[in-house]
Design a protein around this ligand. Structure first.
Ligand SMILES: Cc1cc2nc3c(=O)[nH]c(=O)nc-3n(C[C@H](O)[C@H](O)[C@H](O)COP(=O)(O)O)c2cc1C
Length: 177
């Protein structure tokens, strides 16, 4: 399968980014074709809500979403990774989601995975983030949620290495074929 992993933390090798890499390790072992993008390295502007994309092919804005949307449209699995920020999705992931308005009624990925990390150890800490992810999927036709890798109670860089989610990420990656 083709898999696109979108890492939305500004911290390279931060907790959610490390979970991305573990999932990728497992997925590659099974022969999947995996690519990863770090949103903080890209230039992606907020959706203008102009509806240009509803009548044309693509977005009126000329930024890194131009190439990325093609990859998102054609990938089999979209993995979305986010740190929990103020009990919600990171703004960069939300921004990417909004920009998929350009094609959400057209061809797009059919499977997704959520990766989320929070400092708060309570499962409640993830509630709004999960709900944001699920609400997005509810707007898309025929998209299957393959799973959620949730690491609550990880704050500092590398905390996730001792969390059960670390192994889960690898296992979920390995299950993709
Ligand atoms: C701007 C900001 C907001 C945050 N808000 C929350 C929060 O609401 N709840 C929480 O549990 N952790 C919060 N955190 C902590 C991060 O979610 C946590 O450290 C996470 O492991 C970071 O993942 P990363 O290493 O992939 O960036 C926040 C961190 C930042 C920088």
């Amino acid at each position: 399968m083709n898999i696109l992993v979108v890492s939305s933390s500004g911290r390279t090798k931060g907790n959610s980014d490390l979970l991305c890499d573990e999932l990728i390790r497992g997925a590659k072992e099974k022969g999947n074709i995996v690519s990863k993008v770090s949103l903080h390295q890209l230039n992606i502007h907020p959706c203008k809500g102009c509806d240009y994309c509803q009548e044309h092919d693509g977005c009126i804005q000329d930024d890194d979403m131009k190439d990325l949307s093609k990859v998102i449209q054609n990938t089999d699995v979209l993995v979305m990774a986010t740190p929990v920020y103020f009990y919600n999705l990171s703004s960069s992931l939300k921004l990417l989601i909004d920009r998929t308005y350009a094609f959400y009624k057209k061809k797009h990925f059919k499977k997704t995975i959520l990766i989320a990390t929070s400092a708060d150890p309570s499962p409640e800490a993830m509630k709004t983030t999960i709900s944001g992810y699920e609400s997005y999927l509810s707007c898309l036709d025929g998209v299957e949620n393959l799973g959620m890798i949730l690491a609550a109670g990880v704050e500092k860089m590398g905390d996730v290495l001792g969390h059960s989610a670390f192994k889960q990420a690898y296992e979920l990656g390995k299950s993709l074929q």
